[in-house]
Design a binder for this molecule. Structure first.
Ligand code: PBG
Length: 323
């Protein structure tokens, strides 16, 4: 009988589809980003990221509790400081916004895993990810600030640090500083293959971190480069990264897949603000089914090879997955 192979046999109903499904997502693979601002009683909507807010610590605690109750294991913290300068001094203050938020979360929800983004851009008056000298970011001078920042997060109680600056050698410097302070058990998740992307637009509004001049192309990767991602990842692993991240996720599924097949450490992917905003905007216009598009996107990132997904959809998706 023609044809012998009928792929439709295994698609005929919900149950058989469920039985042969190759990729499963659960709240276990999500990390939810939170934006912490100074002040009290603040929950300021971020216009280009519906459902996301800049929140003061009292409000962050409520959001963190919500995340924890949805069974999402981890949050990623970003800070919006009151004061910015050319040395990003608010990034490594003992009582900075992020440091205070870590303490509050750890005091109230000790089991929620706290990861902190380590970068200077939100704390610099010019919005670049490091110390600017003669119009460009000085790599080696920036490393010292990153290391101070990471140590201050860990002292406040953060469980893991995630450097997102793309300076060369930062993983090594962070590993050395953590070890010499006795934090040998603290893991580093490096934003290893982070591309200079237009999809960060809404985040820069959220974190108030857009560069005041120029762009980030002298430190973030060129979107055209695939092999170079393997080099970045190999270096970060050699320097001591425990988890490597690809960012953004959707236009870089090939990169996630390459890394998955070349290395044996957990891979994270950042489903970034612009990827979120596009779905939200199309859904608001009635042009797309938001829930279905969201789930398809998250599955595709997992299918490409990501173990962990940083996503603003974490809460919405978990509500569906838990039901
Ligand atoms: C900080 C940082 C950025 C993002 C995460 N960490 C912005 C940037 O590099 O400009 C982007 C996250 C997102 O778009 O959701 N360097």
């Amino acid at each position: 009988m023609f044809p012998v192979h009928r792929c439709r046999r295994l698609r005929s109903n919900k149950t058989i589809r469920r039985m042969i499904r190759e990729t499963i997502i659960s709240p276990d693979c999500f990390i939810y980003p939170l934006f912490i601002t100074y002040g009290k009683g603040i929950k300021r909507p971020i216009p280009s990221m519906p459902g996301c807010y800049q929140e003061s610590i009292d409000q962050i605690l409520k959001s963190a509790k919500e995340v924890y109750e949805l069974d999402i294991p981890a949050v990623l913290l970003f800070g919006i400081p009151e004061h910015k300068d050319e040395y990003g001094s608010s990034a490594y203050k003992e009582d900075g916004v992020v440091q205070n938020a870590i303490k509050a979360i750890k005091d109230n929800i000790p089991e929620l895993y706290v990861i902190t983004d380590v970068c200077m851009c939100e704390y610099m008056s010019h919005g670049h990810c490091g110390i600017v000298e003669r119009g460009t970011v000085n790599n080696d001078r920036t490393l010292e600030l990153l290391s101070k920042t990471a140590i201050s997060h860990i002292k406040a109680g953060s469980d893991m640090v995630a450097p997102s600056d793309m300076m060369d050698g930062r993983v090594k410097i962070l590993r050395n500083s953590l070890d010499s302070e006795g934090y040998t058990e603290v893991p580093i998740m490096s934003y290893a293959a982070k591309y200079a992307s237009a999809f960060y637009g809404p985040f820069r509004e959220a974190a108030e971190s857009a560069p005041k001049f120029g762009d980030r192309r002298s430190y973030q990767m060129d979107p055209a480069n695939r092999r170079e991602a393997l080099k970045e990842v190999a270096l970060d692993i050699e320097e001591g990264a425990d988890i490597v991240m690809v960012k953004p996720a959707l236009s870089y599924l090939d990169i996630i897949s390459d890394i998955r097949s070349n290395f044996n450490i957990p891979v994270a992917a950042y489903n970034v603000s612009g990827e979120y905003a596009m779905i939200k905007a199309a859904a608001q216009l009635g042009w797309i089914d938001e829930t279905m598009a969201m789930m398809e996107i998250l599955i595709s990132i997992k299918r490409a090879g990501a173990d962990l997904i940083l996503t603003y959809f974490a809460k919405d998706a978990s509500i569906i997955l838990n039901s």
